[in-house]
Design a protein around this ligand. Sequence first.
Ligand code: 13P
Length: 252
Amino acid sequence: MRKKLVAGNWKMNNDVVESTALAKSIKSLSGEFDADVEVLICPAFTSLYSVKQELCGSNIKIGAQNMHYEDKGAYTGEVSPVMLKNMGIEYVIIGHSERRQLFFEDDETVNKKLKAALKHGLKPILCVGETLEQREGNVEKETVRNQVTKAFEGIGADDAVKITVAYEPVWAIGTGKTATSVQANEMAAFIRKSIAKIYSLEVSENVLIQYGGSVKKDNANEILTQSDIDGALVGGASLQSLEFLNIINYAK
Ligand code: 13P
């Protein structure tokens, strides 16, 4: 039985003071979280340390939103997996569509980052998803299959099961448009099938697959009760503790 994972991606929001206050507020509600759901928050790099301190003594996990694939070196402005690991960070989001579109991350870079995260014992959340143009051109499955295949290239089965895949259709991110639960589940099942083809049915049954894109408390129930969806990667709605709590509690 796969455990559900609900993650808040705070993106480039909240300074240290605001992040710590939001983490404190989420922590104060954690007694109301369903015990079967893993809860994760991913603040900006600058807030990771203080949020980590604030979450001490709770079950809420902490993750970064990005990382470089090298351990160290002359990469001005970058943060390495070693730095994250040594700070006690457990998860890292890799290949978010905003990274791919705005910062030109390609599949090869995403693959390198995944390997580096796994090498250092970080749990990656790999983001995949098609643009509106690709969906309208009926190439959404081909697009996502390519992203999945290239991301997992050269990664062994033992490591593959440690990767969570987040299906985030680009057209649903921050737009208020969600994929229907049928569309989301269909793609999650397709991703699982693609992983089964690369590895085995067993591996594919163990990989967590989240949905992300305008998840709110009003649509969370429908999305999170789908057979192949194991949680959500939440942007905007994770910036309010009560809204986030409501989403978490639909993920049973
Ligand atoms: P929104 O929930 O704001 O649409 O963002 C989704 C997302 O990109 C999470 O990574």
